[in-house]
Design a protein around this ligand. Structure first.
Ligand code: XIL
Length: 368
């Protein structure tokens, strides 16, 4: 059972009291009433695509300069890990929301919008989910989790990555789903179950299927585009609630973007009447030369190649990077540089100084 039942009212109450207390000297509380226009709405009114970043609750708490950089630069944030199963469900009977709530509170105080990430994913699952041993049990756990999490943040999180990374790396077709507890017990049915449950709990939420490796040149990436399209089309045909596709866009500086392949894919997505969001942009730089100015230029150039291909055919609803500053990035977990120099995949460097990648993002935010 949840330790604490839906607290949308708590959030509203806290926001109202924060606004009533007024400025207390911090940037966070100096702003406006609880009902002022959100930052994404303001960006939209100014003709800009909203920009955002993944954040870490621990760093928001401990690192004031990072917090100020997020406030200064982001219209949206998404929890890098704090809303995943591993964080929220450390044990079977428990829901822990402290870190997720801290991110929501921070966002609310600063009129920043929060995207939800993620409800049905093969990754980040706590070990106890391995004990799930029947379809009925899997469905019960998945549905209970989604109901509890989505209802807690109903009216607070307008857009969810409901399904993350459904497909294997080299899919044959839409049936090539990642092996995990959900597919083992429920097969392809886990996707409609997750999407329908989310929609039933929060009919206003925008529901997204999020995937990576969609943009590159090469047979396995063409296969991924084809399989994803097939998967999305079959959900549409079954009238499963779905509003958008998230292109994670973890780019690699040494991998070519397939402009034509990506654009064909996006045109077919548009035919399905689905939104496109860039959800996790960064540029993996582990095989680039060490020299920083050259490396930053190549990173920016790769993002430009990608964003240009996208924006020639669709206007993404949002552009988010997977982190704002090189100070906090997942990239070295998997792609440490052989020369031992720190990775530089993000718009701000580790000292929070702007890099050319940020200029590229700004350029595309204002494109029609
Ligand atoms: C990553 C986080 O950045 C890491 O901190 C965590 O340990 C593992 O997950 N695609 C996704 C994200 O959808 O959830 C992943 O985030 C990065 C790849």
């Amino acid at each position: 059972m949840p330790e604490h039942v839906p607290s949308r009212r708590d959030f509203l109450a806290r926001a109202v009291s924060a606004a009533a207390l007024g400025a207390s000297g911090t940037a966070e509380l100096s702003l406006v009433s609880a009902f002022a226009t959100s930052r994404p709405a303001r960006a939209g009114a100014a003709g800009l695509i909203p920009y955002g970043s993944a954040v870490r609750a621990g760093a928001l708490e401990s690192d004031a300069s990072y917090r100020a950089a997020i406030i200064g630069n982001c219209e949206m944030i998404v929890a890098e890990g704090e809303m995943k199963w591993g964080d929220i469900r450390p044990t079977r009977g428990e829901y822990r929301f402290e870190k997720a709530d801290a991110i929501i509170d921070f966002a609310r105080q600063n009129r920043i919008e929060v995207r939800g990430h993620t409800l049905a994913w093969y990754g980040g699952l706590p070990a106890w989910t391995e004990d799930i041993s029947s379809p009925a049990e899997a469905e019960r756990e998945l549905v209970d989790h989604i109901r509890t999490v989505v209802s807690r943040y109903r009216g607070v999180i307008p857009s969810w990555d409901v399904v993350n990374e459904p497909l294997v790396d080299v899919p044959q077709d839409a049936t090539s789903l990642r092996p995990c507890v959900w597919t083992r017990q429920l097969g392809a049915a886990y996707l409609p179950i997750a999407l329908r449950t989310t929609a039933a709990v929060d009919p206003d939420a925008r529901l997204v299927v999020n995937e990576y490796d969609i943009e590159f040149k090469g047979a396995r990436f063409a296969a991924k585009r084809k399989a994803l399209l097939q998967l999305l089309r079959s959900l549409r045909e079954k009238d499963v609630p779905l509003h958008g596709v998230g292109l994670q866009a973890h780019l690699f500086a040494d991998r070519a973007i397939d402009r034509d392949g990506l654009q064909q894919f996006l045109l077919q997505i548009a035919e399905l009447k689905l939104d496109v969001l860039v959800t996790e942009l960064d540029v993996v730089d582990y095989e680039l030369p060490g020299k920083i100015s050259a490396r930053d230029a190549l990173v920016a150039e790769k993002a430009r190649e990608f964003l240009l291909a996208v924006s020639e055919v669709v206007r993404p609803k949002a552009i988010l990077t997977w982190g704002l500053s090189d100070r906090y990035t997942w990239v070295p977990i998997y792609f440490k540089r052989p020369d031992g120099m720190p990775n530089r995949p993000l718009p701000l460097d580790a000292e929070l100084k702007r890099k050319p990648l940020f200029d590229v993002i700004d350029e595309f935010r204002s494109k029609a």
